[in-house]
Ligand binder design. Structure first.
Ligand code: UDP
Length: 240
């Protein structure tokens, strides 16, 4: 089931359901991509119809942040919970390791994806990482070819938003992968370059605050969250 949150249709899935569906898509014919919009991206889609279409074209749309979950509740259409991209990716990799399907890591600064691959192979014994590529390239074609040549079933695209969503929609089918997942700064986390909030903070829904304390430059982006919730309240009052 889809739940509309300020114009973006989110899949109403628990983490386990999302991972199971992702694994099914990884083994299915054709190509699908997964997006994990936070409030900032929902707002971006409201301003930019082309980006809204790219999000709408996704095979799965997961609620990455507590902001989206709060907004859904305010709108009177609660979501089952949030499905942070980085946790979804971990669940998916567990399944890939089990089923023998392979993964390609694309994005982040040079050498980060390699370090991430080393750590992930250790964390998920049996995981096949068919290739990696940094996210600072000029032309798409050689990168598409590298993914295609690797034969990877699943592709993690970590170029930041909106670049990664546009990249997946435009280039995904030509990569030969069955599933691509847009995961923002996740490779930095997997490589150990960026630390996630301690579990207690995550459970309280305060991961955004932890991230803000560590990277104060994100304030300019996060300051939009209260505005997003006010807009949701406004939409509810107008009966939308
Ligand atoms: N990045 C990249 N290529 C670019 C721009 C960014 O590979 O041209 C990477 C960057 O190194 C970082 C990730 O994309 O690893 C973006 O992280 P951020 O936390 O900003 O993601 P977001 O919050 O946008 O999901």
């Amino acid at each position: 089931m889809k739940i509309d949150v300020m114009g973006v249709a989110f899949d109403d899935l628990t983490m386990d359901q999302a991972v199971r569906q992702g694994l099914d898509l990884a083994g299915a014919e054709g190509f699908r991509y997964v997006v994990t919009p936070n409030p900032e991206l929902v707002m971006m889609a409201r301003r930019d119809p082309a980006y809204a279409r790219t999000l709408a074209g996704a095979g799965m749309t997961l609620a990455d942040g507590v902001g989206v979950v709060y907004a859904a509740r305010i709108l009177g259409r609660p979501l089952r919970g949030r499905v942070p991209g980085v946790d979804f990716a971990q669940g998916l990799m567990e399944g890939l390791a089990r089923t023998g399907r392979s993964l390609f890591l694309l994005g982040a600064k040079p050498s980060v994806a390699e370090r991430a691959a080393e750590n992930l192979r250790r964390q998920h014994p049996g995981l096949v990482i068919a290739g990696v590529h940094d996210g600072y390239f000029q032309e798409d074609a050689p990168v598409v070819e590298a993914v295609r040549a690797s034969g990877a079933d699943v592709l993690f695209v970590c170029l930041g938003a909106p670049k990664q969503e546009d990249w997946m929609a435009r280039n995904g089918p030509a990569t030969g992968a069955h599933l691509a997942v847009g995961l923002g700064g996740s490779l930095d986390v997997f490589a150990g370059a960026v630390k996630r909030a301690p579990e207690g903070w995550q459970k309280l829904g305060l991961e955004w605050l932890y991230r803000l304390i560590r990277e104060p430059s994100r304030l300019g982006r996060m300051i939009r969250l209260p505005g997003f919730l006010v807009q949701a309240l406004w939409a509810r009052m107008r009966g939308k």
